[in-house]
Design a binder for this molecule. Structure first.
Ligand code: ADP
Ligand code: MG
Length: 734
């Protein structure tokens, strides 16, 4: 008998074990039995051939339509060879299957025979085909004499066939046979779910689920088994996260309570506007978090322009008042510079401690970026190390070992999406042995399920309203097949410039780069753009030579030297530039209230959330905004529908949900945490929102009474397994 922990060799024999290790890297019975079938095929129903995609490694259940053998001589050698051409069909569509020198095998494929074929979908002479697939005859067809009688008998007693992910060397059928052998000798597997959870959820036992999934009598049982194992994935993950939250509470942080009458209060008095009620409420929550003896771990999400920076700055001042330093980490140099400028402006004399104009009780704001000059750098490092800079703004440069903080109390990370978990950890380590409070800000609204899965160890706050007086942005798709529309668009840009307003023109690439460096087009099978995306340099030249010849047109992109970039941004902010042609360096956070038009060239090359972010760059002040999405994607194509969706709503949460649905599952998690992806085989953050929410509740409850899972050793083992898989995932990434 065997357990899940047993090696495959003794269980299946050397040959099968080696094949499985070679094909999938499996070494244990668990590896094999958690290789879940992708779907269940009904032998009564053939695979829909039209659903196969090129390049896919497919397993197809189909009926042989025709079989033809051709003999030919191999060029050069003159040797005799055969090629067997078989056409297989699902009753509507067909696909050809080719075997070379295999007539002894292919001979079984007579017209009428039903078989599984497993191989890569290729293209030959414009026709789809499977070359040298592995195959297994299930049904020899009515009346046909059959030589593979044994195979057929096995096939006829079994109607439903689990279809496994396969490789060129290992077909789904071969996997199924190994699974069958393993299950036959497998001892009853103990259930890792606590009994009370199992009862409350009314799920089948683990052992039963595993067996039903691999050998289901029918689709109902198959689904029940999947439901159970899917719940396990959600539950184990949520247990990991609940433990992390609970552990974070046992860490000691320096409490930084609000000090009345100090900087934070004086800043509030200086504010030229009323805080929105969201800003006030979240501000109170954050102030409470900072006063506690364990570290804050909070995610603050809110649309571009919803006023996150103000919330963060108030938190930073509270920490400074309490004797700590606050670091603001920005994803790009442009943003760091802009944050620095904005914070200096908002603080005014409060940021000029030690200077004649400054207030005695004020603080200083240091700026540290990669391109700072040596002298500026030295001053900044000194201010940071001595503690005279209460607030430090910077890019990745802040993560360097040489940067020493006197008393780091709060880390604010702007735009989580561009910062890895490791980088957050690196900055956190700068606080020495007591971890700092952490506030993560993002303008990309994160769907609830993703927040619960990927950021599950963070508390989440959301700014839902925009400050009063913000104008709406009108968004229009400008199709390339209507040149008059684009012409009208440029005319609007001229009118806005005449009224003293400014325009952004965003392009997918800088220009001059090798083709491999270009942004990957967003996946859309129906529409493959035929030319490279337009470039900043070309578009700027065309605009100057054409419709915008009278305007002050400048370019901005990531390959420009930092001081030049800063200079251009400064002049744009000052209104000395009418039109800024750029890449997405301006995507995140850039704030020029006087900008009123956003033109996105080749808009189909951008994702939904990028477009929404870009649009958020305009309509920031009292000037109404206009956003033009220029595209060659034809009406009705998925690319075009995405753009239409962006044009039809300004609700970031709705769009983030759409974004989630149009992306593939793996990409959603993969971009963020590749480790988590490998341990979630059945769970979908797109579809399983309710399940994830319920699992979270149950896990939270369990962990609150048994934080170390002492009373649930089997669950603890599952948790440990998920963590080690995640770790392996991180290692792969780095
Ligand atoms: P975010 O970081 O969320 O994109 P910011 O904090 O940069 O937003 O705020 C965007 C702009 O709105 C800034 O110019 C800021 O000064 C201004 N602002 C912030 N809060 C308010 C408010 N309550 N009322 C009016 N203007 C505000
Ligand atoms: Mg911001």
């Amino acid at each position: 008998m065997a357990t899940l922990e047993d090696k495959l060799g003794p269980t299946l024999g050397k040959r099968a074990a080696n094949a499985l290790e070679k094909a999938f890297g499996f070494t244990t019975v668990r590896d094999l039995l958690t290789h879940y079938p992708r779907r269940l095929d009904d032998r009564g129903a053939l695979t829909d051939i039209s659903s196969l995609t090129l390049g896919e490694h497919a397993t197809v259940l189909a009926r042989v339509q025709t079989a033809r053998e051709a003999r030919y001589r191999v060029k050069g050698t003159g040797r005799q060879a055969t090629r067997t051409e078989v056409v297989i069909t699902d009753g509507r569509r067909d696909i050809s299957v080719t075997f070379f020198n295999q007539q002894w095998r292919a001979g079984a494929l007579r017209p009428g025979v039903v078989a599984f074929f497993s191989g890569k979908v290729g293209l030959f002479n414009g026709r789809r085909q499977l070359v040298q697939p592995l195959f297994e005859v299930l049904d020899s067809g009515r009346g046909a004499a059959d030589l593979d009688a044994v195979e057929v008998e096995a096939g006829e007693t079994k109607r439903f066939w689990p279809i496994y992910p396969a490789t060129a060397a290992m077909s789904s059928q071969q996997v199924a046979r190994c699974v069958e052998t393993a299950l036959a000798v497998l001892d009853e597997v103990p259930d890792p779910l606590p009994a009370e959870v199992r009862r409350a959820r009314d799920v089948v036992g683990y052992d039963e689920a595993l067996r039903l999934l691999h050998q289901p009598p029918g689709p109902v049982e198959f689904e029940r088994a999947r439901d159970r194992l899917r719940f396990d994935e959600a539950f184990v993950l949520q247990t990991v996260l609940a433990q992390r939250r609970s552990l974070a509470r046992t860490l000691a942080a320096v409490p930084r309570p609000r000090r009345p009458g100090a900087l934070a209060d004086r800043f509030d008095e200086r504010l030229p506007f009323e805080l929105t009620s969201g800003q006030r409420d979240i501000g109170d929550v954050v102030a409470g978090d900072l006063a506690r003896t364990y570290p804050m771990q909070r995610l603050l999400q809110g649309e571009v322009g919803s006023g996150k920076t103000v919330v963060a700055l108030r938190a930073m001042l509270q920490v400074v008042d309490a004797g700590g330093q606050a670091a603001l980490l920005a994803p790009t140099e442009v943003l760091a510079l802009q944050h620095h400028r904005a914070i200096m402006a908002m603080l005014g004399p409060l940021a000029e401690a030690g200077m004649l104009t400054g207030e005695d009780a004020g603080t200083r704001v240091a700026l540290l970026t990669g391109s700072a000059g040596a002298a500026q750098r030295r001053t900044a490092m000194l201010d940071i190390a001595s503690g005279s800079a209460g607030i430090v703004v910077g890019t990745h440069a802040l993560l360097q070992e040489k940067v020493q903080f006197a008393e780091l109390g709060l880390v604010v990370v702007d735009e989580q999406h561009r910062f890895g978990v490791e980088q957050r950890a690196a900055l956190t380590a700068k606080a020495g042995f007591t971890p700092p409070h952490v506030l993560v800000m993002t303008a990309t609204p994160i769907p609830r399920t993703v927040a619960m899965t990927v950021f599950g160890d963070l508390d989440v706050s959301t700014l839902r309203e925009l400050p009063a007086g913000r104008s709406q942005v009108q968004t229009t798709v400008v199709p390339a097949e209507q040149p008059a529309w684009l012409e009208r668009g440029w005319q609007r840009v001229r009118e806005e410039a005449a009224a003293g307003h400014q325009t952004y023109v965003v392009c997918p690439r800088i220009g001059g780069e090798p083709e491999s460096a270009m942004e990957e087009p967003v996946a859309d099978e129906s529409y493959q753009p035929r030319r490279p995306p337009v470039a900043v340099a070309d578009v700027a030249a065309d605009l100057v030579a054409g419709p915008l010849g009278d305007l002050r047109v400048y370019v901005l992109h990531g390959r420009m030297p930092a001081d030049e970039k800063d200079d251009v941004m400064r002049r744009f902010a000052a209104g000395d530039i009418d039109v800024l042609v750029s890449t997405t360096v301006i995507e995140v956070g850039v704030d020029v209230a006087n900008a009123s038009v956003m033109v996105v060239m080749d808009a189909d090359r951008f994702g939904v959330s990028s477009l929404h972010q870009l649009r958020g760059r305009v309509g920031r002040g009292s000037v109404p905004g206009l956003c033009l999405l220029v595209t060659e994607a034809p009406t009705g194509s998925p690319s075009r529908e995405r753009l239409d969706a962006v044009a039809s709503t300004s609700d970031g949460f709705e769009l983030s949900q759409l974004d989630l649905e149009t992306r593939r599952e793996g990409d959603v998690l993969g971009a963020l945490q590749s480790g988590r992806r490998s341990s979630l085989k059945l769970l979908s953050v797109v579809r399983d929102g309710d399940l994830i929410a319920r699992a979270r509740e149950v896990a939270e409850q369990l962990v609150s009474v048994d934080p170390l899972l002492d009373r649930h050793p089997l669950l603890a083992a599952e948790v440990a397994r998920m963590l080690s898989e995640e770790q392996a995932g991180y290692l792969e990434m780095s």
